[in-house]
Design a protein around this ligand. Sequence first.
Ligand code: SF4
Ligand code: SF4
Length: 191
Amino acid sequence: MRVIDGKVEGRELTKKFLEEVMLIPNGEKVNMCIQCGTCSASCPTGYAMDFTPRQIVAALRANIIHEVLVSNSVWLCASCYACTVRCPAGIPWTDIMYQLKRLGEDEGIIPRVKKGHELATAFNSIIDKYGLSAEFLLMLKFYFRTGIFKALGQLGFATKMLTKGRLDLGAHKIKGIKGLQKMMAVMEERK
Ligand code: SF4
Ligand code: SF4
């Protein structure tokens, strides 16, 4: 993990992030935030975030975006778009949350609490291979990364789901998986 001490590096990281945000449709509106807090009040997971959406703008202005990246915030975003729809300044918050995730990944900055990051990493590896999610495999991969014995606590629930036909143990590839993998490889090269 790259550790950033001091303001200069924090400023550089913030600058890089803002340049990327400017490429998002309506991204430039991030400068028009009036700190009203509507986004944070609308966010269903905001109560558990170290930095709510409103506080992330404040962190950007204070050049401490690294603190946001090592927090749990972006990995708790449920992509529900409530913040984006309700922001009076028209700031595309959900897209900005995705951009924060990309920045963290590009810079190799891992959050202090890793669960959300590990779940996303496991999910991505399944999409890379199959083109769609596979619930059981996802849980297996997640618990292998975060502590396999914790999976025991879910056994009762998993058994109930299984007996009701609500849990598919298999993993199924989409028809055009090779095409999807080629597209993803091109996108990786263009980073
Ligand atoms: S709702 Fe929009 S203007 Fe209000 S604090 Fe959030 S980002 Fe800023
Ligand atoms: S998109 Fe993410 S940040 Fe925005 S309200 Fe939904 S969960 Fe919160």
